[in-house]
Design a binder for this molecule. Structure first.
Ligand code: SF4
Length: 300
């Protein structure tokens, strides 16, 4: 792993494309990701972004934007004004092309610095997106920020399997992430689980029921088809993920699998699909008892 320090000119990027619907800005404290050799790195859409990788092997480099917090403070007011005028509100997706709590964060604490300076100039809305339980080390800061802006945590959990045979292990085990969810919810932090990309599931009813009982606000379900920046999933089809999914459940390769899982999830929780889900737009949650009532009415 090659870790380099860089100076950035800007840290708040005005969104376009897929992310435009989600937030006014993205914020990436790092270029590259220390989780790039784990399961999520296999089909990570960033690895094919040559502008970011500049030919370097994904998971083998991290550039640390060492002045990120100072640049945030210098530019946040200007970007807030622009965002409110042009996008309605100043919303920040943190992060879109790296993980804020990847291993190097323990050493350099760039994400922590950014969360700290955000107390001086907070976004209207902040979405913290991670695969890592490392965010628990910043729980106090996250909690206090949630009291001055509309904050939600998105924790990526691709399904109810700890491993997909043929892929490396995930950044954190399934159970570790489930425990992290409990801690977030217990602190009163809005928490959303992102099945992104959706892996073949074993017992979806049990999984979504457990999330609902824990107090999770919603789930976002994203499939690699339509969810990897291409309409047909062609970017992911070049990786090892489809073969690993197909060995377990061939039907999971089709976009219709996303719809069948979403129908099950809706019995327990609000459900968001793909970009609109990341933006916080959820379909109606139909509680199980209501479904049973309506089925009984249909039978009369
Ligand atoms: S944690 Fe996120 S950015 Fe890092 S490799 Fe996994 S999917 Fe990509």
């Amino acid at each position: 792993m090659k870790i380099s320090e860089t100076q950035c000119q800007s840290i708040l990027t005005r969104t376009s494309g897929y992310l435009r619907e989600v937030s006014s800005h993205s914020l990436n404290p790092y270029v590259g990701c220390g989780f790039g050799r784990s399961s999520c790195g296999e089909a990570c859409y960033v690895r094919s972004n040559h502008w970011l990788t500049r030919g370097r092997d994904w998971g083998r480099f991290v550039d640390v934007k060492i002045n990120a917090a100072a640049v945030y403070l210098k530019t946040a007011d200007r970007e807030k004004t622009w965002a409110r005028k042009n996008r309605g509100l100043f919303s920040v997706f943190f992060s879109s092309s790296t993980d804020p709590w990847q291993p190097v964060e323990k050493k350099v604490r760039l994400t922590r610095q950014l969360l700290t300076v955000m107390h001086k100039c907070s976004p209207d809305q902040l979405i913290l997106q991670t695969h890592s339980t490392g965010l628990l080390e910043d729980l106090d800061r996250i909690k206090s920020l949630s009291q001055i802006c509309d904050l939600r945590v998105h924790l990526s959990i691709e399904g109810d399997r700890d491993r997909l045979p043929g892929l490396p292990p995930p950044p954190c085990s399934l159970e570790e992430r489930m425990q992290a969810l409990s801690q977030l919810v217990n602190r009163g932090i809005e928490t959303v689980v992102c099945l992104s990309p959706l892996y073949p599931m074993q017992t979806p009813d049990a999984f979504f029921s457990r999330l609902s009982q824990m107090g999770i606000s919603a789930v976002v379900i994203d499939h690699f088809v339509e969810g990897d920046g291409t309409q047909d999933g062609s970017r992911t089809l070049k990786t090892g993920l489809p073969a690993a999914m197909g060995r377990v459940a061939p039907e999971s390769l089709d976009l219709s699998y996303r719809e069948s899982i979403a129908l099950i999830a809706e019995k327990y929780l609000p459900v968001g699909i793909s970009a609109s889900g990341f933006a916080g737009q959820y379909t109606r949650h139909v509680p199980q008892e209501k479904l049973e009532e309506s089925n009984a009415d249909d039978n009369v």
